[in-house]
Design a protein around this ligand. Structure first.
Ligand code: NOJ
Length: 553
């Protein structure tokens, strides 16, 4: 394996200059994508072998959730060594191969970086435990004395995002802060060692050739001075809706200005830019835009969009606010419907009816891919996979499930390994029919596998392929940062995008009944069966319930 900088590809995106502004980025969840060695857990060689599938799907970049050395207390978001690959996923040489192969296929490669916390097995935390109160090693984390006469109460009232107190007591009586599981101690970003270490970790992966980072808990690194109490115990329920002293503090921005200088030193034009996207659950898109001011990060996930239901007025409002907020800082808007932390959108939109869920999911995807900016896809959505809601307790691994009182702990249901082919589990996820998979797949997934959908007209997979191909080819889809709403009946969203090279209209009927609209142009693609111009009004088109249509217009 070598440490040379791998040249970033110059193809794979419609605008090679600033490839990230309109990139479609596909999230690979490594433990569930493809298992190369048959141990039931996905791995890096498995991903490398399947890269042609991603190229053919038509995405621009791949983002991998963490594959670093980790005890896997939070599926790899508890990192014990930021410069090593966990043996369950492979080796550093495998990572090097994967980056090179990804580039050879014209795709970009983005990795996760987890700077808010590490694993309790990280050597710094082990050292902090050994060295005791008052040591320099403890200052890299948030260690405090407890409250109450004998210090038996946590130092403040903060709750873990996964439920229960955000503090755990160690043998010598001090407590340490962990905003997530007890196995994930938070770093103290007032300590210079932490800054230096992450600069070095960034450079390590940039030297290996990665094109960017997805920053885990980007809003959490800086805590309010004095770690003040919040005053009530509804914190987890209200997360993202209220300001808290451990998230979205103004001090985080200085860190990202520093990181941007590092990224820019690796490339600033002609498709060579290395980028960073913030996972920042802020109360508003306007707060998210602060992370994207000049000299800070490139993108932030649009969680307000992700959490908006199947509702025309609500979607229109969040689209308008997102574009306004991002345009104000000259950053691309981003759009996302699913990831490894939320219920898959085919199930979220189902309201108890799977058929309706898939119909809406396809319509939602086509709407998302028509918007200006960059879109994130989560592995398996291109197969129309639903959430697996009936996993037995004994197979679950999400720490939120076991900590109980916090999140509902359903994140395992969107992490079930992908079905690739065959009649029996693990459906080609691993090399052996009937072999293991770390979470069981439903038998019904045989009909949803990549092989079962490939070449089948109307399948969700072929629909995604077509959508990505059209998005790449149509000039008015690849450019610009604004949309113009077209007047439309209640429950229908219609907007136009225009460039000098052409114009494009997207219509989405979010209502429960068909709606007839004037035919906007030539049909490019539809999420359901649509016959242009076949409405009761001769010049009109019937938009079926829960459908999106793309028009060249
Ligand atoms: C956000 C990640 O997406 C999630 O999976 C993880 O549990 C937390 N951050 C903590 O790292």
């Amino acid at each position: 394996m070598t440490q040379n900088v791998t040249a970033a590809p110059t193809t794979g995106s419609p605008s090679a200059g600033e490839w990230w502004r309109d990139a479609v980025i596909y999230q690979v969840y490594p433990r569930s994508f493809a298992d190369g060695n048959g141990d039931g857990m996905g791995d890096l060689p498995g991903i490398t072998a399947r890269l042609p599938y991603l190229r053919d799907l038509g995405v621009d970049a791949v983002w991998l959730s963490p594959f670093y050395a980790s005890p896997q207390a939070d599926a790899g978001y508890d990192v014990a060594d930021y410069r090593a690959v966990d043996p369950v996923f492979g080796t550093l040489a495998d990572a090097d191969d994967l980056v090179r192969e990804t580039h050879a296929l014209g795709l970009r490669f983005i990795v996760d970086i987890v700077p808010n916390h590490c694993s309790d097995r990280h050597e710094w935390f082990q050292e902090a435990l050994r060295e005791g109160p008052g040591s320099a090693a403890r200052d890299r984390f948030h260690f405090r004395a407890g409250r109450g006469a004998d210090g038996a109460l946590p130092p403040n009232d903060w709750e873990s995002v996964f439920g229960g107190p955000a503090w755990t007591r160690v043998e010598d009586g001090q407590w340490y802060l962990h905003l997530f599981a007890a196995e994930q101690p938070d770093f103290n970003w007032d300590n210079q060692d932490v800054h230096d270490e992450f600069r070095s970790v960034l450079r390590f992966w940039l030297d290996l050739g990665v094109d960017g980072f997805r920053i885990d808990v980007a809003h959490g690194l800086v805590k309010a001075p004095g770690l003040p109490d919040i005053g009530h115990a509804e914190q987890v329920k209200l997360l993202g809706k209220q300001a808290v002293p451990y998230f979205d503090q103004d001090g985080v921005h200085e860190i990202y200005r520093d990181w941007r200088r590092i990224l820019d030193a690796y490339g600033t034009g002609n498709g060579t830019e290395r980028i960073a996207v913030a996972e920042a659950w802020t109360p508003t898109v306007e707060r998210s835009a602060l992370y994207l001011r000049r000299g800070e990060l490139h993108q932030a996930f649009n969680f307000e969009y992700l959490t908006t239901g199947w509702d025309a007025a609500a979607l229109r409002a969040v689209i308008d606010r997102s574009l306004a907020a991002m345009n104000a800082v000259d950053a691309p808007a981003t759009w996302v419907l699913s990831n490894h932390d939320v219920v898959r959108h085919a199930t979220r939109f189902a309201d108890g009816d799977e058929v309706r869920g898939l119909r809406r999911a396809r319509a939602a995807t086509l709407l998302m891919l028509a918007l200006p900016g960059s879109a994130y896809l989560y592995q398996g959505e291109e197969l129309g996979l639903p959430e697996v809601t009936e996993l037995p307790d004994e197979v679950r691994q999400d720490p939120a499930f076991f900590r109980g009182s916090g999140q509902d702990g359903t994140r395992d249901g969107c992490r079930v390994p992908l079905p690739w082919s065959g009649e029996r589990p693990p459906f080609g996820f691993g090399p052996v029919e009937g072999g293991p998979s770390w979470l069981p797949q439903p038998d019904s997934w045989k009909d949803l596998s990549v092989a079962a959908q490939t070449g089948v007209p109307g399948s969700t997979l072929e629909f995604y392929r077509r959508a990505l191909a059209v998005r790449r080819a149509h000039p008015a889809l690849g450019a610009g940062r604004d949309i113009a709403w077209v007047p439309s009946p209640e429950g229908v969203l219609a907007f136009r995008r225009t460039t000098s090279a052409g114009s494009f209209v997207c219509t989405t009927n979010l209502s429960a009944s068909p709606v007839t609209v004037p035919t906007p142009g030539t049909l490019l693609l539809a999420s359901a069966h649509v016959v242009p111009g076949a409405g009761p009004d001769a010049a009109g088109t019937v938009l079926p319930a829960d459908s999106t249509v793309w028009w060249a217009a």
